[in-house]
Design a protein around this ligand. Structure first.
Ligand code: F6P
Length: 506
């Protein structure tokens, strides 16, 4: 770590420790100061960080840290399409997919998007016959984004019934088969590398399902979404059914590319474009706003204050919106696969804890399951609450009113606490939370929410000095699974015994 970064961290550790209640009492402007909006045309999102322990002094020292960590230059490189993933010598060009980035990359992305639009609209217009269902097979970044976006948006913009299948466990695929008519179903095979064993096995079984059901031209029903089009051709997909994307787009940042095809099929092209436009609004905010007024950067300041200075080992996200039920899963991959590292971008051991464990759920359900620990347990867990002012349902407005009142009540209770003579009935309070309040959860808002978290993850990585764009940690397990399959290797006694019990030993 360079000296400037070390002294910035040292300074951050020396700050006084006022309670949240004291901070509000001492600064009447706190709500405005630590709440910021990003506008998205008709709607917008409020990012309220006032119930965190950020202060003017802390922010000033985090801004020093950002300087020492070369944040402005790293951000410039990200948007310029320069190498920001040194271990793989790659750029990370997900913003170009939203038309914000290096000109030639934006042009390339727009040309690929135009091709995807043609296929999506042709399918909606019946060019591939009657299509009522799409089974999307992919895993990790090739599944989590589509699953989240389809789950969140398809109920408001229903076009085609989409099922996302990721697990190699055949139960997942069988469940999708049971919900679809093979004669009106398309199969999307989503894999950046087109080699991932789960996806390729599921793709074969899905193709066989079409064949076994006497579907005419089964391979003609398969659409490949990949950065390795030559492998899709080898596999047997017709070239007209291949939607490529650039190698410089990382798997967990790929829902904006052709990996988002099932989203466009589910909700319509115009709505998919709005999803990209919402993300682009956040890109411009992140690219053009300096210091703590930059909302993803400000969020990263709070993240690191809790993870590094206060020793928080987890961070929880509670969506008070049934449509965002898959958001915690999505954020787990984004944050933990990006920043769950032990070495810096220079290959040195990191100088403190990196990404906390991301977890969460939906409100109000979670209140009746895990909030006991959050209010009275011994762990420090910074929380994000996410909600929408406009309801997603058309029932009695009481539903949404009660949902939102509960969301805001939790943040207030965590912060204020309550003293009692009975220790079992006491709440310590001073527990931090942030609230992300959307005007309405439309496609642009969902795009903006995801992009906000991408940039927050990037900002965290830069401040810690790590490379968020590789994921070598997932390789070893895959390698051993391949060795088991191949045979001829011995493993530890426990693994040998398990293999033998499951009938997998040689
Ligand atoms: O699990 C590791 C990983 O490489 C993820 O980063 C990626 O999103 C996923 O596997 C799927 O990879 P692919 O899109 O190449 O099938």
């Amino acid at each position: 770590m360079n000296d400037a970064r070390k002294s910035a961290w040292d300074k951050l550790a020396l700050h006084p420790d006022p309670t949240l209640t004291e901070l509000f009492a001492g600064d009447p402007g706190r709500v405005d100061k630590l709440g910021g909006r990003i506008e998205l045309g008709a709607n917008g999102i409020l990012f309220d960080w006032s119930k965190t322990h950020l202060t003017d002094d802390l922010i000033a020292d985090f801004e020093e840290l950002a300087k020492a960590a070369n944040f402005d230059e790293m951000r410039r490189r990200l948007f310029a399409g320069e190498v920001v993933n040194p271990t793989e010598n790659r750029a990370a060009e997900h913003t170009a997919l939203r038309s914000v980035g290096k000109e030639s990359s934006v042009e390339e992305a727009e040309a690929l998007r135009a091709r995807m639009q043609m296929l999506v609209e042709a399918i909606h217009d019946g060019a591939l016959g009657e299509v009522n269902h799409l089974i999307h097979v992919g895993i990790g970044g090739s599944a989590l984004g589509p699953a989240l976006a389809v789950d969140a948006l398809a109920r408001d913009f229903p076009k085609v019934d989409v099922h996302v299948v990721s697990n190699i466990d055949g139960v997942a695929l069988e469940e999708a088969f049971a919900a679809c008519d093979p004669h009106t179903t398309l199969i999307a095979v989503a894999s950046k590398t087109f080699t991932t064993i789960e996806t390729m096995t599921n793709a074969q079984s899905a193709l066989k399902w079409l064949e076994n059901n006497d579907v005419a031209d089964p391979t003609g029903k398969v659409i490949a979404l990949t950065a390795a089009p030559e492998k899709a051709v080898e596999w047997g997909v017709d070239e007209t059914r291949i939607l490529p994307f650039a190698e410089s787009v990382g798997g967990r940042y790929s829902v904006w590319s052709s990996i988002g095809f099932p989203v466009a099929i589910a909700i319509g092209w115009e709505e998919f474009q709005q999803f990209l436009d919402g993300a682009a609004a956040v890109d411009r905010h992140f690219r053009d706003t300096d210091g703590a007024a930059n909302l993803p950067l400000r969020a990263a300041f709070a993240d690191l204050y809790y993870a590094r200075i206060k020793g928080a080992e987890t961070r929880a996200v509670f969506a008070y919106d049934e449509r965002l039920g898959l958001l915690p899963d999505y954020l787990q991959q984004l944050e933990m696969e990006s920043n769950g590292k032990s070495v810096t971008a220079d290959g040195e051991p990191v100088d403190g804890p990196t990404a906390p464990i991301t977890w969460g759920g939906v409100g109000t359900d979670a209140q009746h399951a895990v909030f006991q620990l959050l209010h009275q347990g011994t762990h420090l867990v910074p929380i994000d609450f996410i909600a929408s002012v406009e309801p997603g349902d058309a029932l009695d407005p009481a539903h949404h009113r009660i949902l939102l009142m509960n969301c805001f009540a939790q943040g207030a209770a965590l912060m204020a606490g309550k003293q009692s003579d009975d220790p079992a009935r006491s709440y310590a309070g001073n527990r931090p939370s942030a609230t992300i309040l959307c005007d309405d959860l439309d496609p642009a808002t969902l795009g903006a929410l995801i992009a906000f978290h991408e940039h927050r993850t990037f900002a965290n990585a830069v401040l810690m000095g790590i490379n968020p764009f590789d994921q070598f940690g997932v390789e070893l397990g895959k390698e051993i699974a391949r060795k088991i399959e191949k045979g001829g290797e011995r493993f530890d006694p426990s693994t040998e015994a398990l293999l033998s019990l499951a009938g997998l030993a040689e």
